[in-house]
Ligand binder design. Structure first.
Ligand SMILES: *Cc1c(COP(=O)(O)O)cnc(C)c1O
Length: 449
């Protein structure tokens, strides 16, 4: 039974303070730290709110935000499709049970091996859609004998991101320039592709405080979809018009405690208005919105050091565990989970990881309850772009992931990496052999391109 059906409120945001400290302490005791915890019920709630706001639309979850199998399964079960940014995500979506018609593979500068795999997958799943963002990606698909469902990614030339590195719409890397979109779509249709959609994603940062950029973008997509539809149906070899117009993801979440949650109804209304009448279904591709507040990262304090400038709190998670603060300067809430933390005086503290990099910092001079060695801290809004961006830099094994099922029971969903895992692919000293479960060559030029 859904939260809405059961009458249980489905709040627009779950704050870090809403998580049960004693439950999280138990999880840290049972599974160790650092540890990702993901509440699948909250993922479901986030999906339900989106579905309520966008009732007629298709919701594709952008798997790159969190490709954990249990997350994909949960969202598929709830009714979502999966948007895949790589062959790896495509494999994981299919393994999670996604039927072809609910899978989009978005080819961004795709390596040959990715295209090979996507074309193979489409041969078994005819309803799968491949999104191309460059004319020569269409050529490369054709060279592989693919002429199935094709969506054209366009570059509308405006970005709504909060940081340069996450702005993609204004970035020439993504999509066919808008002024070539119609001819590219018609050309693909004439070559036998089934042109089913147009797509753009302008980065992460749709906010209900400022919907102007979003409106402008969506209205361009509406215009474009109408033009493409007209051109496709007018062509000599007339094909059916578009099935969908996909306006991407980027639905913002409040990372700061005092930030208001997104007004989804307002965003949905602005989206529908700006799109106008189009003879095609609206598709959205949220990643972050569905998973961010469903996840936290648990980390234990290794060291507390008074420095003249600040108190340095060293924890066992670092930029290799959660990269966003180091990579984008992102704010994540931090809470001390010790039972008596609320009674402690607050002081300015800088929370850092164990990586030898000065950017390995979760917060600088933030006012937090005095920290002691051994304290358990939790970092909030870690469900999106958390584990997915983790690395083994500094030869640090990646953390474990635990999911909370609907009944609140925890299960280990991905074990902690070991040092053995980290060195597994290396040539072992003396034996001259590498573990060759996997082909060592990527995509030799003469084989495929
Ligand atoms: C990353 C991405 C998304 C999701 O972005 P969010 O900000 O997480 O909602 C959607 N579509 C595409 C093509 C993406 O690359």
């Amino acid at each position: 039974m859904s939260a809405a059906e059961s009458g249980v409120p489905n709040p627009p945001v779950r704050r870090l303070g809403d998580w049960s400290a004693s439950h999280l302490r138990d999880l840290a005791d049972d599974y160790g730290t650092s540890l990702y915890v993901l509440d699948l019920e909250r993922v479901r709630e986030n999906y339900e709110r989106l579905e309520t706001a966008f009732p007629e639309s298709e919701i594709m979850f952008a798997a790159k935000a969190n490709a954990l199998g249990r997350v994909l399964e949960t969202l598929l079960e709830a009714g979502a499709g999966i948007e895949c940014a790589s062959a790896g995500e495509l494999v994981r979506a299919l393994e999670a049970g996604a039927p072809g018609e609910r899978v989009h593979y978005t080819a961004v500068n795709p390596p040959a091996t990715d295209l090979d795999l996507a074309v193979d997958a489409a041969a078994d799943n005819h309803a799968l859609t491949i999104t191309a963002g460059a004319e020569d990606t269409i050529d490369r698909l054709e060279e592989r004998g693919y002429d199935g469902r094709l969506c054209l990614r366009v570059n509308p030339g405006i970005g709504a991101g909060h940081h340069k590195k996450v702005r993609t719409g204004a970035d020439a890397k993504f999509g066919v320039p808008a002024n070539r979109a119609v001819e590219t779509a018609v050309d693909a249709a004439e070559r036998g592709f089934d042109v089913v959609g147009v797509h753009a994603h302008v980065g992460s940062g749709v906010s209900s405080d400022d919907l102007d950029a979003h409106r402008e973008f969506v209205s361009r997509m509406g215009d474009l979809a109408r033009e493409v539809n007209e051109a496709l149906t007018a062509a000599p070899d007339a094909q059916a018009g578009l099935e969908f117009v996909d306006v991407g993801g980027g639905f913002g979440v409040p990372y700061r405690e005092d930030e208001a949650p997104l007004d989804l109804e307002a965003v949905a209304e602005a989206t529908r208005d700006a799109l106008g009448e189009v003879d095609a279904r609206l598709t959205i591709e949220p990643g972050r919105y569905l998973v961010a507040d469903a996840g936290v990262l648990l980390t234990r304090v290794n060291t507390v050091k008074d420095a003249p400038e600040t108190t340095v709190v060293g924890v066992d998670a670092g930029m290799t565990t959660l990269a966003r603060p180091a990579m984008y300067g992102s704010y994540h809430p931090i809470r001390n989970l010790e039972a008596n933390a609320v009674d402690r005086p607050e002081t300015p503290q800088t929370v850092t990881g164990p990586i030898c990099e000065s950017s390995d910092v979760f917060c600088t001079d933030r006012s937090l309850p005095e920290t002691a060695r051994g304290d358990l801290l939790t970092i909030g809004n870690a469900g999106a772009y958390g584990y997915e961006m983790a690395s083994t830099y500094n030869s640090r094994p990646r953390p474990a992931s635990v999911v909370l099922e609907a009944d609140g029971l925890a299960t280990l969903s991905r074990r902690r990496e070991t040092l053995e895992d980290v060195v597994r692919l290396e040539r072992a000293a003396g034996d001259g052999e590498v573990d060759s479960d996997e082909p060592n060559r990527g995509s030799p030029r003469e084989v495929s391109r």
